[in-house]
Design a protein around this ligand. Structure first.
Ligand code: BGC
Ligand code: CA
Length: 308
């Protein structure tokens, strides 16, 4: 049974792949990206104020920094963006040289260090060049480290509320992994599978799709966007069991984050890429929209900004 009340917050906001929702608690503003359009966007629900910047590369993540600018990924690079000037001011890192890879999801851990991963070149959604991606971290002093390789589509990230576990999704094998997490060292170890979409009771592609972005709530439960299944599913990562689900009028659900004044609203992004013209006129007419879910009865943990 679907829980919560779903509404359309920003209709057809993304033209390609809506992604990377980040709720900035301080400014009560939602940031998100439209990956293949190279667009980074902001929206302040209280005033309706919207702003967009178009850059000329795939752009898959946006995180405000304590310096007042933003860290975004552009293709295989992590850069600083000055929103006012609409200008990239410096390149912090470049990865996967000599490949057609691009960055995909990224997020800051509770100490404000950025984690972001890459994926191989993709012509058909969820069918990239295999095992080309890796997971990296960027320290607050801007030192880059590589942690995992042979990833298909590096995707959702979340940290347990006691900061001892990092959850990480590779979409193609359909797995949510867990690692022991050392917040001081910025190190991960002891990789295991927390949730295997293939072994869920009705684990078919139609039922659960591909795990994509995710976030965590104050009860330590994971909210996982199910790409191609039109859902966000709440899982208990300890038992690997599904607890709740929210269904959406768009199939390609890509990511979610908690936001709103009380951090109890779920903002959910979706993609257009891969839908046929026919689908976009009919059952997928809301593809690319940002949705808002209320009435879930649980709060999320705040999105972290980059502390550097
Ligand atoms: C990627 C898409 C991919 C999808 C599959 C997204 O995070 O940006 O390129 O098709 O995941 O789950
Ligand atoms: Ca994603």
């Amino acid at each position: 049974m679907s829980v919560g009340t779903v509404s359309v917050a920003l209709k057809n906001a993304a033209k390609t792949i809506g992604e990377g929702p980040h709720w900035d608690d301080k400014n009560q503003t939602l940031y998100y990206v439209d990956i293949l359009s190279g667009v980074v966007a902001s929206w302040k629900p209280a005033t309706g104020e919207e702003s967009q910047i178009k850059l000329d590369n795939p752009l898959s993540l946006v995180v405000p920094s304590t310096k007042g600018d933003f860290i975004v990924s552009l293709g295989r690079k992590l850069v600083r963006l000055d929103w006012e000037k609409q200008e990239v001011t410096s390149v912090l890192a470049e990865v996967d040289q000599g490949t057609k890879n691009r960055f995909n999801d990224g997020k800051c851990d509770p100490s404000g260090r950025l984690w972001a991963g890459t994926m191989g070149y993709e012509t058909v959604p969820a069918q990239p060049e295999r095992q080309m991606g890796s997971l990296f971290s960027l320290s607050t002093g801007c030192t880059l480290a590589k942690h995992v390789d042979k990833i298909d589509i590096s995707n959702g990230l979340a940290w347990s509320n006691d900061n001892t576990i990092m959850y990480y999704i590779d979409s193609v094998p359909r797995k949510v992994y867990a690692f022991d997490f050392d917040i001081n060292a910025g190190a991960i170890s002891n990789q295991r599978t927390a949730i295997d979409f293939n072994t869920q009771p009705e684990g078919g592609l139609k039922e659960h799709g591909f795990p994509d972005g995710m976030c965590i709530d104050v009860e330590g439960k994971l909210w996982v966007a199910c790409y191609k299944a039109g859902k966000v599913v709440r899982f208990d990562p300890v038992t690997a069991k599904q607890i709740q689900e929210v269904t959406f009028p768009a199939e390609r659900i890509t990511s979610c984050c908690f936001g709103g004044p009380n951090l109890d609203e779920l903002y959910v992004t979706s993609g257009v890429q891969g839908c046929t013209e026919e689908e976009l006129k009919n059952e997928q007419a809301l593809a690319g929209s940002v949705f808002k879910v209320t009435g879930l009865g649980v709060k999320g943990t705040p999105c972290q900004n980059f502390q550097g």
